[in-house]
Write a protein that binds this ligand. Structure first.
Ligand SMILES: Cc1ncc(COP(=O)(O)O)c(C=O)c1O
Length: 387
């Protein structure tokens, strides 16, 4: 037995937890919860301001009152007491909006990813996944016990080489995000479709950060590239631009029935409450009614890019949508710069290991439709000044 293992055997559970936490502190990686603040928002995922929309709130309240829903909570899982006409109608609307045969709502994006990946992918299958996918997808892959193959971030030459080495008759899956949550860059969806066809692999695309922003009425990047029908499953989350919480998996009727029967995250969890379902419903209406919010956001994105260009920060700050990353190697350095910006009134958060690789610690800068050019100017000038 190795020394570390021996140590764990003789330690009490309290000692063991304390020692892990002490290590986190020692490595400057200790996390704690902070209250929300009223600084200028360059950090939330509320890209279009829907979570603060009076329209969504009022519509939701009105419908809630009008139908006098008899219960606030769902009181059970979907397979027991938690299902409703509202749930089913919303799923039908979401399937239509995202151009899929069927849709199944989960309580969060994390749940949806774990519930999908761990249930559909089986032990002898091969799963190829981008190095930078979200922790929930990693978790699903781990639970699937499949043969998992990492390919370098957005490196399709690497992916193809790895696909070539796989037995032709094996069931294969490729998993990626369409917009990467930390890097803010896009996957090359057309190239992924080509590879998936050539190597007979099924595509699973997490559209969390594209939901509400790209494609017709914000229906996602798969829509923008017209590849919705080429995917085995797509995941849209409600906690980012939709401004609420929950998520939906869209795909075939067969996939939906399979998940209802086998996905533990779906089966063994209390269904969402009425108010949340109504909020999601009206947030999706918002997307279709208030196109000006997307236009405003994309104008700010181009303004931000033009300023980054002018200030010669092109190699420092990168991103292809509303998420930008400013790499500041070292968790201490990264936290210091974030604190400097916070002390100057801007809410910018540091993202450190293990969320990103060591040495790739970054400030994650998020633009919203409600930010202003002036706020962007202040942010960039503080960054330049700090450097
Ligand atoms: C790419 C991606 N997928 C899934 C999730 C999880 O979604 P949720 O916050 O709804 O659990 C996130 C959230 O951070 C994400 O960034």
């Amino acid at each position: 037995m190795k020394f570390k293992q021996l140590l764990f055997v003789i330690m009490s559970i309290e000692q063991r937890m304390q020692s892990f936490l002490a290590l986190r502190k020692q490595n400057n990686l200790y996390r704690n919860l902070k209250n929300t603040n009223d600084l200028i928002d360059f950090s939330s995922n509320d890209y279009l301001g829907i979570s603060r929309s009076a329209y969504v709130r009022q519509k939701t309240e009105l419908e809630y009152q009008k139908y006098q829903y008899s219960k606030s909570g769902s009181t059970g899982s979907r397979l027991l007491n938690g299902n409703s006409v509202l749930y089913e109608a919303l799923e039908q609307d979401l399937a239509n909006f995202h151009h899929a045969e069927a849709a199944l709502i989960y309580n969060s994006g994390f749940d949806a990813n774990v519930g999908l990946v761990s249930t559909v992918i089986q032990k002898d299958d091969y799963v190829f996944f981008d190095a930078f996918i979200h922790a929930s997808l990693h978790q699903g892959i781990k639970l699937s016990n499949s043969k998992s193959v990492l390919y370098n971030h957005n490196d399709y030459v690497d992916l193809e080489q790895k696909l070539q080495l796989t037995p032709t008759n094996a069931q294969k899956f490729i998993i990626t995000e369409s917009i990467f949550s930390m890097e803010g860059d896009k996957a090359d969806l057309l190239e992924l479709v080509r590879l998936s066809k050539q190597y007979n692999a099924l595509l699973i695309i997490d559209e969390a950060h594209a939901t509400g922003l790209f494609g017709v009425n914000g229906s996602g990047l798969c829509n923008e590239f017209d590849i919705e029908k080429e995917c085995f499953a797509r995941i849209y989350t409600f906690g980012k631009a939709i401004g609420m919480h929950g998520a939906v998996i869209v795909g075939s009727h067969l996939l939906k029935s399979y998940l209802i029967n086998f996905s533990k995250n779906f089966i063994y969890s209390t269904a969402l409450d009425t108010h949340t379902l109504l909020s999601v419903k009206h947030s999706y209406c918002f997307l279709q009614l208030f196109l000006n919010q997307r236009i405003k956001l994309f104008k700010l994105i181009s303004y931000f890019n033009s300023r980054v260009h002018a200030l010669d920060l092109r190699n420092t700050i990168v991103g292809e949508g509303p998420i930008f990353g400013l790499v500041v190697p070292g968790s201490e350095e990264c936290r210091k710069l974030a604190l400097y910006l916070q002390n100057n009134g801007l809410d910018v958060r540091p993202i450190v290991y293990p969320t990103v690789e060591r040495g790739k610690e970054r400030l994650r800068i998020i633009l919203h439709s409600y930010n202003t050019q002036n706020e962007i100017d202040i942010l960039l000038s503080l960054i330049v000044e700090y450097h």
